[in-house]
Design a protein around this ligand. Structure first.
Ligand SMILES: [Zn+2]
Length: 221
């Protein structure tokens, strides 16, 4: 029994150490997951979200560079799902475009890019030269995003985390050590679920209802 316990705690310690040593490997919200109600984390900044119920606009998300406008056509529609879908589509576009750019700089060729919703990994690279990313990378500052891309592409040259591997990463990302610290410290924010909801806007009728009764009002009492 004691042996099993100590093995389990060894494994736990090992994983905790690995999380610190290889922050780009492990995602997961951890203890410090903080959800900012009514806000959307995008490219390293928290933006306010406004949820509108309207038949005039197609259901979906419009980002103005300052605010996320989320348009619902029924009160039952989920603004969180709509916004997550927008982030996923954006992540696919941006990660494919930026990976192609960085691959040209590094002079490497990859096979395929797949965008996933991985709960435990930010990104990975297979021996078949396929690269996987979690769409949540779109929530990170662009410098961190670029570091993760370079991290994976550098594995096409060195399939390990040896000295030569880090030298190659450092050549294209001189600040990679700070980026690794950022990943370690901000895992919670990047994995926190969205918390958006529709709050009915005040209509003219509601304004009248909450106004004080007129002084000279006649009552039937
Ligand atoms: Zn790696």
């Amino acid at each position: 029994m004691a042996d099993t316990d100590s093995v389990v705690s060894d494994v736990k310690l090992f994983i905790e150490r690995l999380k610190k040593e290889m922050p780009e490997v492990f995602g997961g919200a951890g203890e410090n997951a903080e959800t900012e109600a009514g806000k959307v984390l995008y490219e390293g900044k928290l933006y306010p979200a406004q949820v509108h119920l309207t038949l005039d606009q197609e259901e979906g998300v419009d980002f103005t560079e300052e605010v996320f406008n989320v348009y619902l056509q029924t009160p039952q529609a989920d603004p969180n799902t709509l916004t997550e879908n927008w982030l996923r589509a954006k992540a696919a576009d941006v990660l494919k475009e930026k990976t192609a750019e960085w691959a040209a700089k590094l002079g490497v060729e990859y096979n395929n890019i797949v965008i996933k919703d991985q709960q435990t990994l930010w990104a990975s690279c297979s021996a078949k030269k396929n690269i996987n990313y979690t769409y949540r990378i779109i929530k990170m500052p662009t410098a961190i995003r670029d570091y993760l891309i370079v991290h994976e592409l550098a594995h096409l040259v060195h399939m390990n985390h040896g000295e030569e591997y880090w030298q190659l990463v450092g050549q294209y990302c001189p600040d990679y050590k700070a980026h690794r610290r950022w990943l370690n410290d901000n895992r919670g924010a990047v994995f926190a679920p969205l918390d958006l909801q529709y709050t009915p806007e005040k209509t003219e009728n509601e304004t009248v209802q909450t106004a004080p009764a007129p002084q000279n009002g006649q009552t039937n009492a």
